[in-house]
Design a protein around this ligand. Structure first.
Ligand code: GUN
Length: 293
């Protein structure tokens, strides 16, 4: 069984990016890529995500900045922050961390972001371009999954990929990316979701199973075909008396039993998570080089 180690691969990619930053930016006097993040409220997972993003920016040699606002920040004020970042020539790309407080329309905020700075790839212009196979900022988690499969030379051509979960952020875009006519794609994709009847019928036929249901331990060994490749996008904090912090991180897949049956699997933590962050760095590098127009 091969462990699809997102920590190792993301460290490799960060080192490759850092090298490029030195050669093409620092040595030539060009300003290094600048990624900004906007954080509203106190959501614990969001705080962790943004802290990790800052750390990764530092490792790769990027400039990073974080704009923090309280839970009661208004939608109007947040739209003004987006307008400010759209105009700020020092910022190459930015993200507005989701989820936002309930009184703010996420869609309204996303649609206000300049698509050329939308390194999350959430703006309809980028989502549409991605669907058509045009150059676009690809959403970080699906892009990270594709990169991980590619770096481990997992063959997707003609394979049956089953995706569990149809979110705009993961399930829907990854199913489109894997079904397109391209390298590390060309798969036959089945997208399952909460209304799928007899989900096991599909998962048992999957050569590659991508799980983004948001339900801890949903996938058990009896649902997985012998020697399948399993990608676990889930991340859940569960109480643990062994961990110093009082909790440990678990995925949507029951790792201990499923890992015995498959040919390759991502761990949680250390699988898809680090790949998501490094994808954001790759997008920011593209934004600073004006590669997506
Ligand atoms: N919340 C969970 N995942 C993401 C992500 O990739 N980007 C943003 N902006 N918010 C998130």
């Amino acid at each position: 069984m091969i462990l699809l180690d997102g920590k190792i691969i993301s460290d490799q990619i960060k080192a490759e990016i850092a090298k490029e930053i030195k050669k093409d930016f620092l040595d030539t006097g060009k300003p290094v890529p600048h990624l900004a993040a906007v954080l509203v409220g106190e959501d614990a997972a969001s705080q962790t995500y943004v802290a990790n993003k800052e750390k990764s920016c530092k490792e790769a040699g990027f400039t990073s900045s974080v704009y923090r606002y309280p839970e009661n920040f208004t939608e109007k004020n947040l739209l003004e922050v987006v307008d400010f970042l759209n105009r700020d020539e020092d910022v190459d790309g930015f993200i507005v961390q989701l989820p936002l407080p309930k009184h703010i329309s996420e869609q309204k905020i996303i649609e206000r972001i300049n698509p050329l700075k939308d390194v999350d790839g959430f703006h309809p212009a980028n989502a549409g371009r991605m669907m058509l196979g045009l150059p676009a900022f690809l959403p970080a988690t699906p892009f990270g999954i594709m990169t991980l499969l590619e770096r481990y030379s997992i063959d997707t051509d003609g394979k049956h990929v089953v995706v569990l979960g149809r979110s705009n952020i993961v399930g829907t875009p990854v199913s489109l990316m894997l079904s397109r006519k391209a390298k590390t794609a060309n798969a036959t994709v089945t997208l399952c979701h909460s209304h799928t009847k007899n989900i096991k019928k599909y998962t048992l036929d999957a050569d590659i199973l991508i799980v983004a249901m948001g339900r801890q331990g949903f996938v058990t060994a009896d649902m997985v075909k012998q020697d399948a490749v399993v990608v676990d996008v889930g991340i859940h904090r569960v109480p643990s008396k062994f961990a110093k912090s009082g909790f440990s991180l678990k995925g949507d897949v029951l790792f201990d039993e499923v890992s015995k049956k498959c040919s390759a699997i991502t761990p949680v933590p250390g699988g898809v998570g680090p790949m998501t962050i490094v994808s954001l760095l790759m997008n920011t590098l593209k934004a600073s080089k004006k590669e997506i127009r």
